[in-house]
Design a protein around this ligand. Structure first.
Ligand SMILES: *[C@@H]1O[C@H](CO)[C@@H](O)[C@H](O)[C@H]1NC(C)=O
Ligand SMILES: *[C@@H]1O[C@H](CO)[C@@H](O)[C@H](O)[C@H]1NC(C)=O
Ligand SMILES: *[C@@H]1O[C@H](CO)[C@@H](O)[C@H](O)[C@H]1NC(C)=O
Ligand SMILES: *[C@@H]1O[C@H](CO)[C@@H](O)[C@H](O)[C@H]1NC(C)=O
Ligand SMILES: *[C@@H]1O[C@H](CO)[C@@H](O)[C@H](O)[C@H]1NC(C)=O
Ligand SMILES: *[C@@H]1O[C@H](CO)[C@@H](O)[C@H](O)[C@H]1NC(C)=O
Ligand SMILES: *[C@@H]1O[C@H](CO)[C@@H](O)[C@H](O)[C@H]1NC(C)=O
Ligand SMILES: *[C@@H]1O[C@H](CO)[C@@H](O)[C@H](O)[C@H]1NC(C)=O
Length: 279
């Protein structure tokens, strides 16, 4: 082979790889809001010390642009306020920071006088409370978010899905306390019928066993919200899982994926997930 032929063919491979990457990992907007929850039984008085402490806490969280997780405590005149944010394991720090800033800007209007609140996006979550929740598994409030499309063979699909989800959860829960707890099957796992993409993540402050326990809860809830669906997300304050029949996250290490391994069927791709279920 001459040099120019080698170059020409590697150029083609390069283009092919780019094309595949573009198809499979389309660029998304900065952040996609999912839902929020405000405590309705724990409230503060408008313009009280708690409100200014919350402002301090949120701006401290928003000022951090160098990590994908951080927790902060503001010792106030009355209650202490605890807060944290966590970004999805595959998003870069720029997207992470934009998401966190957006969260800190919308929570005060979504939850004007709540002493405890959480907001979930596709790319990050952010929460605060007057109760110390660090290193604690919080499983409420919880949310199920089914993709409206059904698979054609729910029983065998769900059986295989649980198996893959359990493995992904095992992987996510392994790292020690304080370390990032995120796993995805980045290339998809081929079922007899479709390719499924899963991810699982816990806040890093959890221990491996607490993380796994939290994820077991979310995996169990897939049944309640989303049995037989082509995709679903179950969100807790401390952990979440998601699966889809298309890649919805970036591969952790940008290893080229063999084209034959991932051929997502486009039925539900990119369609809005239209409803939320309280679990
Ligand atoms: C959390 O944020 C604070 C303030 O921005 C910073 O000093 C600290 O290093 C951050 N923690 C981590 C683990 O990045
Ligand atoms: C983080 O913020 C600092 C100070 O505003 C800025 O100099 C730096 O470029 C930012 N880094 C990123 C990754 O956005
Ligand atoms: C971060 O990710 C977003 C969305 O995937 C992308 O548009 C952006 O270019 C990335 N930024 C950097 C600095 O990698
Ligand atoms: C938050 O993001 C949404 C789009 O996702 C945007 O419409 C809104 O203006 C942002 N809010 C702030 C305060 O940046
Ligand atoms: C949080 O605020 C609620 C409502 O004011 C109060 O009942 C509760 O004791 C506070 N929790 C802590 C840990 O201070
Ligand atoms: C917020 O979460 C609580 C506790 O799980 C739940 O009872 C309540 O219905 C939720 N509120 C909304 C508006 O979803
Ligand atoms: C999925 O199945 C449910 C229950 O069998 C049905 O109500 C719903 O219309 C189906 N959704 C689609 C998009 O076909
Ligand atoms: C997944 O793990 C749960 C317990 O966490 C177990 O009940 C279930 O049988 C497992 N499913 C599969 C398919 O391995």
């Amino acid at each position: 082979m001459t040099t120019s032929m080698v170059m020409a063919s590697s150029h083609k491979i390069f283009l092919l790889f780019f094309f595949i990457t573009f198809l499979l990992f389309p660029t998304t907007q900065a952040q996609t809001y999912i839902d929020h929850n405000c405590s309705s039984n724990k409230k503060f008085t408008a313009n009280s010390a708690f409100q200014s402490d919350r402002t301090t806490l949120l701006s401290s969280l928003a000022s951090n642009n160098a990590t994908d997780f951080n927790s902060t405590t503001v010792v106030g005149r009355g209650d202490t306020v605890y807060g944290l944010f966590m970004c999805r394991g595959d998003v870069n720090l720029t997207t992470c920071h934009q998401c966190v800033v957006n969260a800190t800007q919308r929570l005060p209007s979504d939850c004007p006088v709540s002493k405890e609140a959480i907001v979930w996006y596709d790319e990050c979550l952010l929460r605060y409370s007057n109760r110390s929740f660090f290193s604690i598994v919080d499983t409420r409030p919880r949310l199920g978010r089914p993709n409206p499309y059904n698979v054609s063979n729910p029983a065998s699909f769900m059986r295989t899905l649980y198996d893959i989800m359990n493995k992904t959860a095992d992987e996510a829960a392994k790292p020690a306390v304080g370390e990032k707890k995120y796993a995805s099957n980045a290339r998809g796992e081929i079922l007899p019928f479709r390719t499924v993409f899963c991810l699982a993540q816990c806040t890093p402050d959890l221990s491996p066993s607490d993380c796994r326990w939290c994820l077991s809860g979310t995996i169990g809830d897939l049944n309640l919200c989303c049995d037989g669906k082509e995709g679903a997300t179950v969100l807790y304050p401390s952990c979440y899982v998601r699966y889809e029949l298309y890649p919805f996250y970036l591969p952790e290490a940008p290893t080229p994926t063999p084209p034959s391994a991932i051929v997502p069927l486009p039925s539900s791709q990119g369609k809005a997930l239209t409803y939320l279920l309280k679990l």
